[in-house]
Design a protein around this ligand. Structure first.
Ligand code: PGA
Length: 247
């Protein structure tokens, strides 16, 4: 049985001071059992959020990492540094990183391997553009992204992986995918993992939906069998709306 995971991707929002307030407000609410909750603040707020989360069940994640452990890589953050701060998760290959920062399937694969090597669980983002959807290329494109992201992983690493299916046209637009469509694509991704790796391991991988998830539409996704939670952007920036999704 896969445990649903709701992760908040704060993107480039919240100073470490604002982050502390948000965590404080979230801690006042009672988390339901049976759902894993993860916060992914910007790098500059990770230490503060880690401290504020101490003693809670809420996990910590980063939004990116570099694949080397250390070295002359100005501006980059290594898996060792994230691990030392108490991160359990790291988002990899978000479409904004692919679009604005030149990430490719190859760099995503390197980052996934580096994360796993250091005991960080990757939340790997995949998703098609509107043009690809309209051209009927969604299935082939996202299955290819998943195959390339997971290439070369050891079988025992596969259950550590979380995948977030995030159609680009649904991110931050208020226009979410329908639950049925998201469930169909996520089912396809699971079958891709089954074919490439193994059926049993594919059944263990959690695959989230992301893109304009709100308290008002989360049920539409969570009632469908293939969808194991959500990666939430905008609605994770306020305690009430993020809690509304978790609850
Ligand atoms: P959104 O972002 O919830 O604001 O659409 C989701 C994401 O980019 O992870």
């Amino acid at each position: 049985m896969r445990k649903p995971i709701i992760a908040g991707n704060w993107k480039m929002y919240k100073t470490h001071l604002e982050a502390e307030d948000l965590v404080k407000a979230l801690k006042e609410k009672k988390l339901p059992a049976g759902v894993e909750v993860v916060l992914c603040p910007p790098f500059t707020a990770l230490a503060t959020v880690a401290q504020a989360l101490a003693g809670t069940e809420i996990g910590l994640g980063a939004q990116d990492l570099f694949w080397e452990e250390e070295g002359a890589y100005t501006g980059e953050v290594s898996p060792l540094m994230l691990k030392a701060l108490g991160c359990a998760y790291v988002i990899i290959g978000h479409s904004e990183r692919r679009q604005y920062f030149g990430e490719t399937d190859e760099t995503v694969n390197k980052k996934v391997k580096a994360a796993l090597r250091h005991g960080l669980k990757p939340i790997i983002c995949v998703g098609e553009s509107l043009a690809q959807r309209e051209a009927g290329e969604t299935d082939q494109f996202v299955a290819g992204q998943v195959e390339k992201a997971l290439a070369g992983l050891a079988p025992e690493e596969i259950p550590q992986v979380v995948i977030a299916y995030e159609p680009i046209w649904a991110i931050g637009t208020g226009r979410s995918s329908s639950g049925v469509d998201a469930n169909q694509v996520i089912g396809l991704l699971r079958r891709t993992i089954a074919r490439e790796i193994s059926e049993d391991l594919a059944q263990e991988v959690r695959i989230q939906y992301g893109g304009s998830v709100k308290p008002e539409n989360i049920k539409e996704f969570m009632t469908l069998p293939e969808i194991d939670g959500a990666l939430v952007g905008g609605a994770s920036l306020k305690a009430d709306s993020f809690y509304g999704i978790i609850a």
